[in-house]
Design a protein around this ligand. Structure first.
Ligand code: DC
Length: 224
């Protein structure tokens, strides 16, 4: 039996990294829902649409195609935008558009359709609570603000992206955390039935194994 796995948590907690590796190990498809909010923000910025104008953003989304490929590429209206959506400026913009109810409803609808068949590992903020409340495995992944800032900094360097200092990134992360956890629409929170994992002092391999263990009973069923 294939299942769906929901991974939620604050920014830069390692959700995407873990989900990607786990998807390969299980033969599942990883869907990074944050990339969809990032695409929405990027298109709005390019078109000079106010990031708080819910109506204009929703109208824009009616004519916006976002594709997440199993290989991890992100296409916005058929243009590959893997790196452009991940700049620090676009991260803040994504946080802003994601606080709007109309934008969220449209994204959730698309995400639920994507994961209609099982076999997905979806990461985001509201997957276990709103998008896939019936997911068989739910993980809530956290890490200290400092650990997350260091990781994002190293990621930026490795990807040759423009980057602020660790302190600057930590400040941005704190700002996004604040907005993501206090917004009225689907704030970031742990689903009651999610397992919390603090990854601050864990290696990637250790986190992957911890989540894999939770999925194992279902995978085993498959082999029997
Ligand atoms: O996971 P990320 O950092 O790429 O997400 C970008 C922004 O989108 C982040 O500020 C939170 C928001 N987001 C959300 O509200 N719900 C999701 N399911 C995924 C991301």
């Amino acid at each position: 039996m294939k299942i769906n796995i929901a991974i939620d948590g604050p920014s830069a907690a390692g959700k995407s990294t873990i989900a990607k590796i786990l998807a390969e190990r299980l033969g599942y498809v990883h869907l990074d829902t944050g990339a969809m909010y990032r695409c929405c923000a990027l298109k709005a910025r390019r078109n000079g649409i106010d990031l708080d104008d819910e109506e204009a953003l929703c109208a824009m989304l009616e004519n916006t195609d976002i594709q997440l490929t199993p290989q991890g590429d992100v296409y916005l209206d058929n243009e590959k935008v893997n790196d452009e959506i991940r700049t620090d400026e676009n991260s803040l913009a994504a946080s802003r558009v994601s606080s709007l109810g109309g934008v969220r409803r449209e994204m959730v609808k698309r995400q639920q359709k994507m994961a209609e068949d099982k076999g997905f590992i979806m990461d985001g903020r509201d997957i276990g609570t709103v998008v896939l409340p019936d997911a068989e495995v739910k993980i809530f992944m956290t890490a200290s603000a400092h650990a997350r800032a260091v990781r994002r900094y190293e990621q930026n360097i490795a990807k040759h992206l423009p980057t602020g200092s660790i302190e600057e990134i930590a400040k941005e992360i704190a700002e996004r955390d604040e907005r993501d956890t206090t917004r009225s629409e689907s704030p970031l929170r742990k689903a009651d039935d999610a397992i919390a994992i603090d990854t601050s002092n864990m290696t990637i391999e250790e986190v992957v194994n911890a989540v894999y263990e939770r999925a194992l009973p279902y995978v085993k069923e498959d082999e029997d």
